[in-house]
Design a protein around this ligand. Structure first.
Ligand SMILES: [Zn+2]
Length: 232
């Protein structure tokens, strides 16, 4: 298979029909399989003995063919492995990009949620001009007092206190007809545009429809301002 002109020449240049000085097939095989160091005298011989060189060349070419086949097979395996890796990467990328819109959509849904459930609806309770005693409250029948109404639901309640009320921590309570406190909340009152007010979230969903007493005082020991409230 090797068509090296020098080797072609070596195959004919040194006929040695009597095989004088030939090292024998074992050494030739060792030479062909590169098991003999280059300084070995056997090398010198095969370059000057055509029959030995022919044996050597045949064995060496067979070894080279074998090595080439092994290399080719290894390359095929490497190519196959590379192809498999590429397919895996492709599949992973495809999965990633196909799933991404869904993930983005889910994120969007999560992000939208707070917007879809806004803060509690605002409600207002006006305690301006409300008396500080229960007896006075009972006298409300005399005046044109209209009972304020709050919805039976969770609300963000803003309470307006009488003008001149101090800011600070305030307590707000809802009581039933037996003066039992059903709900109590504290909040920080501020003075804005001349009005003293505080806001607090309240959940009135468990209240039965009806009239309740609502009262508020400045902590720690302010006088209660009492009013009636209708929860519907
Ligand atoms: Zn020889």
């Amino acid at each position: 298979m090797e068509n090296d002109p020098i080797e072609e020449l070596l195959l004919r240049a040194y006929p040695n029909p009597e095989r004088k000085g030939c090292p024998g097939p074992e050494v030739i095989r060792a030479l062909a399989s590169k098991a003999v160091p280059p300084e070995d005298a056997a090398w010198e011989h095969i370059w000057k003995c055509s029959p030995c060189f022919a044996e050597f060349k045949e064995l060496r070419d067979a070894r080279r063919r074998n090595e080439r086949a092994v290399r080719r097979k290894r390359n095929i395996y490497s190519a196959a492995a590379a192809a498999i890796i590429l397919v895996c990467i492709g599949a992973a990328l495809a999965a990633f990009f196909l799933n991404r819109p869904r993930a983005v959509r889910q994120q969007g849904a999560i992000a939208e949620k707070p917007a879809k459930t806004p803060a509690y609806p605002a409600a207002v309770l006006n305690l301006e001009g409300v008396s500080t005693t229960r007896s006075a409250e009972k006298n409300t029948g005399r005046g044109p007092v209209q009972i304020q109404t709050l919805p039976r639901r969770a609300v963000d309640l803003t309470v307006y206190l009488p003008r001149g009320s101090e800011d600070g921590q305030y307590q707000l309570e809802f009581l039933n007809g037996r003066d039992e406190v059903l709900l109590s909340s504290t909040a920080q009152a501020v003075i804005a545009r001349g009005l003293t007010e505080f806001s607090t979230p309240l959940d009135l969903t468990k209240f039965a429809s009806g009239t309740y007493t609502v009262r508020s005082r400045r902590l720690p020991d302010g006088a209660w301002r009492v009013s009636s409230i209708s929860v519907q």
